[in-house]
Design a protein around this ligand. Structure first.
Ligand code: GLC
Ligand code: CA
Length: 559
């Protein structure tokens, strides 16, 4: 029997503060904007929010480049605003999870500034500093945002390592002083009453012992960080120490952004004695991606989606809990990415919602997902802010794509798809701001917005409320949270179906990605045994042949 934890039954919601709600008309979402919308979150039914970074930052990577961990960036508000948010969230029994970005800081952090002043001094040891060897960079790793991971320190012959942008120098976790300062900061925040942290890019904190070259995988002569991380071991010592010094004594929730856990290591990460409470399941987000870049990626089909989900469910069973998503601030919108074009309507969006939400694990809803917000079509690279999209645009051009073709690729994968402002209403700027939004809204905000869905019992928003309600319902909660996932009809293309087997209770989730009606037969599921709990189109037809699902229908029922 798995040990029960306070967070197991929760439903989490990710807020991208810059694009959630702007309280003062400067076009940028802020902390008072989140506080103003707490009642909305309560109405939706979520009980935990993860807020992307709001710390002091030059914003080279939207706040994932932190200049001071103890300060709130003025565009987002003040520390008093943060304290007020924590207090008001607590009153509503909503736990606040902040983003913990400690693989790197900003090049404008005082630690880095001091390191630049004296690379051989105390602060130089906070970073990875190397000199060229025989005129060559220390190694040929490619940064996630393009180009080599090494950048020259201003006015010296030292180079510093940055696996992300050059404005994000990596912190040297091998230095115990750095680790101490990080734990101190984490505890300072946890003492304020946070529910926990989402831990950014954490798998990168351990580098191989030597900065050595790996075989290049593109014409730039560089190699992907994935290759480098696969050749790294020993991260557990850091993660265990961080857990024991910070999260554990606070009984805090922690969810890691872990892309590259190795086979057989899952238990180390999220088992009962794991480093984290949970990690995100990224299997379906990386499906089809290529080291060559976005232009070479293959869009997953519904069958790919199903296979990925089931592989992850099987892998995790008996070990711990994945955190399940269909999108986040780094991904395209889930409904645009996983649903075939003809299924991108309210019915299809409910289908995807139910199939992912009912999987075992902790569901995270990304802001606007509950409204069915979609990818935006970017006409020119000037409309795109995201640094990763800008790099990928160049990669497309270098691979011989025309600017128009490159924009098609960028529109499909850009992180800005998820970063357009939240669509509160059909008014000017979607009710997000009274000023000029920092990033253009999706043109469809007049059709897709909260105001239009809020009081419609058939809306996607209402459907998410019901899904969350089911997760909390004393009658089904145990099965929804702890029941084992048992896939069925795995070979049936276009159908995704599974049982959640609880103690003395069994729930079936079955959906049809196609437009045509489909007859499915599942042992034990018949007219006498099936009782509908939720669907996106009334009762399914059940007769002696089996169950008939309409095109895009999804059903959840007890059998
Ligand atoms: C994570 C964040 C992403 C950021 C990167 C560097 O992947 O989710 O937004 O760019 O780390 O901090
Ligand atoms: Ca603002």
């Amino acid at each position: 029997m798995m040990k029960k934890e306070w967070w197991h039954g929760k439903t989490a919601y990710q807020i991208y503060p810059k694009s959630f709600y702007d309280s003062n008309g400067d076009g940028i979402g802020d902390i008072p904007g989140i506080t103003a919308k707490l009642d909305y979150l309560k109405e939706l039914g979520v009980d935990m929010v993860w807020i992307s970074p709001v710390y002091l930052s030059p914003c080279a990577d939207q706040g994932y480049d932190i200049a001071d961990y103890y300060q709130i960036d003025p565009v987002f508000g003040t520390m008093e605003d943060m304290d007020e948010l924590l207090e008001k969230a607590k009153k509503r029994e909503i736990g606040v999870v902040m983003d913990l970005v400690v693989n790197h800081c900003s090049d404008e952090h005082e630690w880095f500034k001091k390191a630049c002043e004296d690379p051989e001094g105390e602060y130089g040891k906070y970073f990875y500093l190397e000199k060229k060897k025989e005129g060559k960079l220390p190694c040929n790793w490619r940064s996630y945002f393009g180009g080599p991971v090494w950048e020259q320190m201003p006015g010296s012959d030292w180079y510093y390592l940055h696996v992300f942008h050059k404005k994000q120098p990596d912190l040297n976790w091998e230095n115990p002083v750095v680790r101490e300062r990080i734990y101190e900061m984490i505890n300072w925040w946890l003492d304020k009453g946070l529910a926990g942290f989402r831990i950014d890019a954490i798998i990168n904190i351990k580098k191989p012992q030597m900065f050595k070259d790996y075989p290049p995988d593109r014409e730039d002569g560089l190699c992907d960080m994935g290759t480098v991380l696969a050749d790294t071991s020993g991260i557990g010592d850091f993660l265990r120490e961080m857990r024991d010094r910070t999260f554990r004594p606070h009984e805090a929730f922690s969810v890691g952004e872990v892309f590259n856990a190795k086979d057989g290591e899952l238990g180390d990460f999220v088992g009962e004695e794991g480093y984290f409470s949970s990690i995100f399941d990224f299997r379906q987000t990386v499906e089809g991606k290529s080291v060559d870049g976005w232009y070479a990626a293959r869009i997953p089909t519904p069958d790919d989606y199903k296979r990925c989900c089931f592989e992850s469910q099987r892998e995790m069973e008996g070990t711990g809990f994945y955190s399940n998503i269909i999108e986040n601030h780094d991904e395209p919108r889930g409904v645009s990415h996983y649903l075939p074009k003809e299924a991108r309507n309210s019915k299809g969006k409910k289908l995807l919602a139910a199939l992912y939400f009912m999987l075992k694990g902790l569901p995270f809803i990304y802001q606007g997902q509950e409204l069915g917000m979609e990818n935006r079509c970017f006409a020119s690279i000037d409309e795109v802010d995201d640094i990763s999209s800008r790099d990928e645009y160049q990669v497309c051009l270098e691979a011989g794509l025309s600017p128009a073709e490159a924009m098609e690729v960028v529109s499909r994968y850009s992180r800005d798809n998820a970063r357009t402002p939240f669509q509160w209403s059909g008014e000017e700027n979607g009710g997000f701001t009274t000023g000029k939004p920092w990033l253009g809204l999706n043109e469809n905000y007049r059709e897709i917005n909260l105001e239009q869905q809020r009081n419609d019992p058939d809306s996607l928003f209402a459907f998410y409320q019901k899904l969350i309600g089911l997760r909390k319902d004393p009658e089904y909660r145990d099965t929804v949270v702890y029941g084992k996932t048992e896939p069925v009809l795995e070979e049936e293309s276009g159908i995704m179906a599974y049982f959640r087997q609880g103690e003395g209770q069994r729930i079936l989730v079955a959906g049809n990605f196609g437009q045509e009606e489909r007859l499915i037969r599942i042992d034990g599921v018949d007219k006498g045994s099936f009782r509908l709990l939720l669907s996106n189109g009334g009762e399914p037809v059940l007769d002696e042949r089996g169950m008939v699902l309409e095109g895009l229908q999804v059903v959840i029922g007890v059998v």
